[in-house]
Design a protein around this ligand. Sequence first.
Ligand SMILES: Cc1cc2ncn([C@H]3O[C@H](COP(=O)(O)O)[C@@H](O)[C@H]3O)c2cc1C
Ligand SMILES: O=C(O)c1cccnc1
Length: 384
Amino acid sequence: MLESTVAAIGPLDEPAMAAARDLQGRLTKPAGSLGALEPLSVRLAGLAGSCPPPLPEPAAVAIFAGDHGVHAQGVTPWPQEVTAQMIGNFLAGGAVVNAFARQAGASVTVVDVGVATPLPVDPSDAGSAADGGAPAGDGGALAGDGGAPVPGGAPAGLRLVAANVRAGTRDMTVTAALTRDEARAAVETGIRVAGELIDAGAGILLTGDMGIGNTTPAAALIAAFAGVDPAEATGRGTGVDDETYRRKLGVVRAALDRHAPDPADPLGVLAAVGGLEHAALAGLILGAAARRVPVLLDGVIAVSAALAAAAFAPDAVGAMVAGHRSAEPGATAALRHLGLDPLIDLGLRLGEGTGALLALPVVTGAVRVLHEVATFDSAGVAEK
Ligand SMILES: Cc1cc2ncn([C@H]3O[C@H](COP(=O)(O)O)[C@@H](O)[C@H]3O)c2cc1C
Ligand SMILES: O=C(O)c1cccnc1
């Protein structure tokens, strides 16, 4: 499935991009006056192979959750159980991502791809990645129908997918975090989730993550793929103190020294120093790119996964939109390597998909202009 997905990813469609550039030049506004929205609209036309491209609606957030053996090295002050507890919070509609998703009208699919502690929800309520479930709100296993919490289930627009590959990664300072087979299973889970969301009608996918400790493997992935020093890729995550930061940087260096991951072998890099949610996010991005649907990237975990996706398939970058610039320094290093400019920069450092959701109206606006704005000709407005 990974190989066929990678093989299906191709370059942007040049005639559609030329048509979008031409249309941008005829709309009733000075050329270039919409700044970054103009090249974005052109790229989305190239991705869809049509001008105008479809409006990126409805939007679906996929939050991949996993735990990390490297948590044992003291790289974060938060207990590992918070990963599972936050899944409960997501499914009750109480997290920041839920508030922003309600505002944006986006569905939220939570995927347990590798949580280590018991989930505070009945797993028998959960949809499986294979059950073909729609984004919740359209009949997902945990969907209600009115936006309010429903007894025994989750609020509308919410779904849990049970796809646990293993109960957290191994400690990457001791051994490889994952076997190649485990990394592949996580990537293919992401591909499958992308396919299900798109089959159910999603016009854009947004990346989300939950995993206490996951900024540490994100830093290692960014150093490995972007070829930067660990000090440039490692940040303070949830807000660690100086002593924890020094230890975290040492952990990232030790893992990279131990495994010497080869950036030309993305599955090997994900297995050595990645996380299950990072691998699944790489799969989600590849799955979206193969279906020529845009994928709106969130913060540092998302862009570390995007580097893996680009290493599998360089043309996958054409489907990526960088939602925001995370405060984590590694995010900036990764975006530079990908050649992507983030749409917004608000100093966010949360993850979950929050930055991507805030950027969504910018993406929709960029496309809506091509659908709705009059040309100088049609509106009878004189040109300069
Ligand atoms: C309550 C809470 C909610 C979160 N939502 C996202 N994260 C974010 O912080 C974690 C990564 O930071 P570090 O590597 O420093 O542990 C991830 O779970 C990420 O999704 C959260 C973290 C916490 C504590
Ligand atoms: O950029 C992010 O997504 C991020 C930053 C800090 C902690 N968790 C996530």
